[in-house]
Design a protein around this ligand. Structure first.
Ligand code: SF4
Length: 371
């Protein structure tokens, strides 16, 4: 057991206390119907989906939904749909292969210099397109012994330079619990960077408190927070203030977004999201192509569509607003960039290649061979 991982008792050892789910989070079909987020005629459909996958929609998100808009981008991300019950043959329960690369519970060691640490498998909201939908809301938090074994694994692998705290959403944990994790990591000298993946600053911004910010700094590492946001409408005044708390405390923020049919799959919407993030001092990092998670075919665009959108952003927006368009190769082979290619090799002479490079207006220019 890691020496800084002090024993805890009872439910607190699961990582879930003292933070309680927000009282007004909607979790049941009848609550969604009562909140006019779905008609009573959809009760059977909602119940079927809720029996299969987690459902949660925070009060902060409900507040932002325009019920008069049948295509509201926030409702669409969180209110279950019957299409989720249709699983395609190519879809996988564990689309990015976490389990096959997990040497001990809660750790995923896919790349040489970094690991995922997943202390909890719950989230403040459940996104209908979640790539870990077969795990989130369905697996328990790590036990005290499992978490200690995870720290032991990290400590025994000096090649691990970065720990990515994910889940579930790690920011549903209490500040005390996060601080304990930070202190355990602080004692592992070869870990230099702590990265936290979360949706909480957007979906439940009140959880971002001074105590939580202090807890994130307890690791005494370079700490980064990566925010998951998919539409500019998610960046409410409260969400922006929560992000500002983190950034003002010296925690840089990046973002990751998922390319989602009907939410952000047009250039104007995607561009508005990237600009809103940069205005919040959050650097767009990844735009994920939709993973092959079960029941999510209705969310996925073609890769060609994603590339066209990236070309449109390249032409229209500041370099600060450009994420890297990536695909997590199904089966656990890691992320690869799949953005458009602007460079073509046009031949070569004497061991040197000639190229043509395309500008943001689509005009091609010759680039001379190396002299
Ligand atoms: S917050 Fe992340 S892990 Fe949780 S349901 Fe959404 S996509 Fe999945």
């Amino acid at each position: 057991m890691h020496p800084l991982w002090a024993p805890r008792r009872g439910l607190e050892a699961t990582g879930m206390l003292p933070m309680k789910p927000a009282p007004r989070t909607l979790r049941r079909p009848d609550e969604l119907i009562a909140a006019s987020l779905a008609g009573p005629d959809r009760r059977a459909e909602l119940e079927q989906v809720a029996a299969r996958y987690g459902v949660a929609l925070t009060a902060d998100m409900v507040e932002l939904i325009d019920r008069a808009d049948a295509k509201d981008p926030i409702a669409r991300q969180f209110v279950p749909q019957a299409a989720e019950l249709e699983t395609r043959p190519e879809e996988l329960a564990d689309p990015i292969g976490d389990d096959a690369l997990s040497p001990v519970a809660g750790i995923v060691h896919r790349y040489p210099d970094r690991v995922l640490l997943k202390p909890v498998h719950v989230c403040a909201v459940y996104c209908r397109f979640c790539f870990r939908r077969e795990m989130v809301g369905r697996r328990p938090a790590l036990t005290r012994a499992e978490l200690a074994a995870a720290f032991d694994y990290i400590g025994a692998h000096p090649e691990i330079w970065e720990v990515i705290l994910t889940g579930g959403d790690p920011l549903v944990m209490s500040a005390q619990r996060l601080e304990a994790i930070g202190r355990a990591l602080a004692a592992i000298v070869h870990v230099k960077v702590l990265r936290v993946h979360t949706r909480v600053p957007v979906v439940e911004p009140a959880r971002v408190t001074p105590a939580l910010v202090r807890a994130l700094k307890a690791a005494n590492k370079a700490t980064y927070v990566v925010l998951h946001a998919n539409h500019a409408a998610e960046l409410s005044a409260k969400a922006r203030a929560a992000c500002a708390q983190l950034i003002d405390a010296g925690i840089p923020m990046l973002s990751q977004s998922v390319l989602l049919r009907g939410v952000n799959d047009d250039a104007a919407t995607l561009g508005a999201l990237m600009r809103a993030l940069v205005e919040c001092r959050i650097k767009p990092y990844y735009l994920h192509h939709g993973d092959l998670a079960p029941g999510t075919a209705h969310w996925r665009t073609g890769i060609d569509e994603g590339q066209s959108l990236m070309r449109a952003l390249h032409g229209r927006l500041s370099g600060l607003c450009q994420p890297t368009y990536v695909l997590d190769i199904p089966g656990g082979h890691g992320k690869s960039p799949i953005g458009p290619n602007y460079l073509t090799c046009t031949g070569g002479t004497n061991g040197s290649s000639n190229y043509e490079v395309e500008d943001f207006n689509g005009v091609r220019h010759a680039y001379p061979p190396r002299g």
